[in-house]
Design a protein around this ligand. Sequence first.
Ligand code: TXD
Length: 319
Amino acid sequence: MARNKIALIGAGQIGGTLAHLAGLKELGDIVLFDIVDGVPQGKALDLAESSPVEGFDAKLAGASSYEAIAGADVVIVTAGVPRKPGMSRDDLLGINLKVMEAVGAGIKQHAPDAFVICITNPLDAMVWALQKFSGLPASKVVGMAGVLDSARFRYFLAEALGVSVRDVHAMTLGGHGDDMVPLVRHSTVGGVPLPDLVTMGWLTQEKLDAIVERTRKGGGEIVALLKTGSAFYAPASSAIAMAESYLKDQKRILPCAAYLTGQYGVDGTYVGVPCLIGANGVEKIVEVAFNDAEKAMFAKSLASVNGLIDACKQIQPAL
Ligand code: TXD
């Protein structure tokens, strides 16, 4: 059986890390595409030269033309400009919307059967625009944010409690912004919900509140430390988990920005919700029962996403 093909649009910090992980995990042959000539070719060659040492078989190629992504099974999009210190995700909107238009056209023409994962910020608006520009079915176009935000939440909890990250399950839904929705009641350590851990004295309410707040601001914390650019290792790992669930039909339930058609009382918007990812793309959207406080947080986050989508429509009335 022929190997799968993974096309990475954008060969920057995340794109390069995606290629590295996809190679190490032998997910398929890899094409790195970027508008900056030389960078995708250089990264592809460097990674290919690591393959004999690491012991993985994959063809790696760099490209500056969309023909190279032809027939891709998975396309992961990081093309665009990342945040700089002091810059909000929304500042990126105008620049990256134009990038999505070009990328959407490239995917439509050369990889219309692919499962497309968008990472470019502002995430929820960019994945919405990419689906429109590409014309692919909404079940095949998802955004990566929830896996990353949940991973940050999980890591902070594991660190605070001194337990393995493997035993911490946590979920962050809503838009990928500072008003994202970390779901405390639905997150567990060793199967025990977080509020019960507070009752049991494992964690104080203050510490839990601080972790929730740190999770919301997790992206900014890294931006402030790095000073140039934003997080890339954990974002790449997160998108690879989504790609792997699709390619191997794992049917994992992962929080992704997905197109809602009535679920959660929302229609026609992309926002972070738990999705079952299998060979058909988003096969199911899980509707978590919210209490009033969670409903209010989700509504606030959704309003921010809708604001960004409206801003896209202003810039591009055709959308
Ligand atoms: O959770 C999440 N979704 C995110 C999103 C977490 C972290 C970072 N997030 C966003 O991902 C970030 O705000 C950016 O919008 C993207 C990519 O981040 P990365 O750190 O990889 O940015 P780089 O290193 O600047 O890489 C972007 C590449 C760069 O090489 C550009 O030359 C290229 O994109 N680029 C393009 N490639 C193809 N086509 C076009 N038009 C294009 N424009 C720029």
